[in-house]
Write a protein that binds this ligand. Structure first.
Ligand SMILES: N[C@@H](CCC(=O)N[C@@H](CS)C(=O)NCC(=O)O)C(=O)O
Length: 203
């Protein structure tokens, strides 16, 4: 398998982490997203028409984009995805939550403050404030769930935890303070102590 990727990307990290924990060997191709390497006509034509990584090339010519879809594909039939219908749907529930309420706020704040050297105009400062407020709302939803549960689905570590961990554990890089989220902090520790764990910096 080939992972089309960017090392600073939390979305890419989700896939790297699961591949490592499943013990699946893979080749990684790094794209400089700040230089627009995922927006070239070749990339759009051959890899992902949406101009983004991660993309998993499952076999030659078979490209799967969207981190959540890739996690779901890789986890099928493994302990990282519940076997029952409702359990699978609950994993998707949290992964859709991550993509709609969490990532667009926490990851984007991190991208502006940490990954890209964007100019913080007044307009962007105002937008950052909105993203941070919504990001804290998403952390509040996680905190409430994790006060009662060790993991997001079925009482065990799954792709739902991987999806939410990726940007939560680097939320401070987006200006978030997790001190008021003790259950989230404890869960971060449980995730990082799972067998086969790798850090976001590892390609
Ligand atoms: N929903 C997508 C988001 C992918 C995404 O936003 N990728 C970013 C890196 S984290 C990217 O490739 N950006 C390059 C660009 O937009 O040009 C996923 O979960 O995989």
């Amino acid at each position: 398998m080939i992972l089309h990727d960017n090392l600073s990307s939390g979305n890419g990290y989700k896939v790297r982490l699961l591949l490592a924990q499943l013990g699946i060997p893979f080749e990684r191709i790094e794209y400089d997203i700040t230089a627009g390497e995922t927006r070239t006509p070749e990339f759009l034509e051959n890899v992902n028409a949406n101009g983004r990584v991660p993309v998993l090339e499952i076999e030659e010519g078979e490209f799967l984009a969207e981190s959540g879809a890739i996690l779901f594909y890789l986890a099928e039939g493994t302990p990282f995805l519940p076997e029952d219908r409702l359990g699978k749907a609950r994993a998707l529930q949290w992964m859709f939550f991550e993509q709609y309420s969490h990532e667009p706020n926490i990851a984007v704040a991190r991208a502006w403050l940490h990954v890209f050297d964007v100019e913080m105009t007044q307009e962007r400062r105002d937008a950052l404030e909105v993203r941070q407020k919504r990001g804290y709302d998403a952390l509040g939803v996680m905190e409430r769930h994790l006060k009662e549960n060790d993991f997001f689905v079925g009482g065990r570590y799954s792709v739902a935890d991987i999806a939410l961990y990726a940007y939560t554990h680097v939320a401070s890089e987006g200006g978030f303070d997790l001190d008021d989220f003790p259950a989230v902090l404890a869960w971060l520790g449980r995730v990082s102590s799972q067998p086969g764990y790798i850090p976001i910096t590892q390609g």
